[in-house]
Design a protein around this ligand. Structure first.
Ligand SMILES: [Zn+2]
Length: 112
């Protein structure tokens, strides 16, 4: 990859994605202290995606509820089940199911 000294939307996007990453890391770190703060980080991350028109990376999409946008912490704010190759997150806040495709292969530890 060659870097040019020009402002490009692509680099903009990279910065936004980095910020989103930080927000989700913060959300995870602060959850035990203040779950509401984690929800707030999720909302900030969502605002960034809307403002800069970037797609939320799929790894982060499964970290919040798509209905009420609360941060999903397994066994705390959601329950996770696997169903026919899908991950089903049951949000305890709004009582809705969030379904995600389940990546198979590579270092999957089976837990039942
Ligand atoms: Zn929810």
């Amino acid at each position: 990859m060659v870097r040019k000294h020009k402002k490009k939307p692509a680099s903009h996007r990279k910065i936004v994605l980095e910020r989103i990453q930080i927000l989700f890391e913060q959300a995870q770190e602060n959850f035990s202290l203040d779950p509401k703060l984690s929800d707030r980080y999720v909302q900030l991350a969502r605002k960034l995606t809307m403002k800069y028109k970037v797609k939320m990376p799929s790894e982060y999409k499964r970290q919040y509820c798509k209905y009420c946008y609360s941060y999903l912490m397994p066994n705390k704010t959601c329950r996770i089940r696997t169903h026919k190759g899908h991950l089903v997150y049951y949000c305890l806040k709004c009582k809705k199911f969030n379904r995600f495709t389940y990546k198979t292969g590579k270092s999957t530890t089976k837990k039942e």
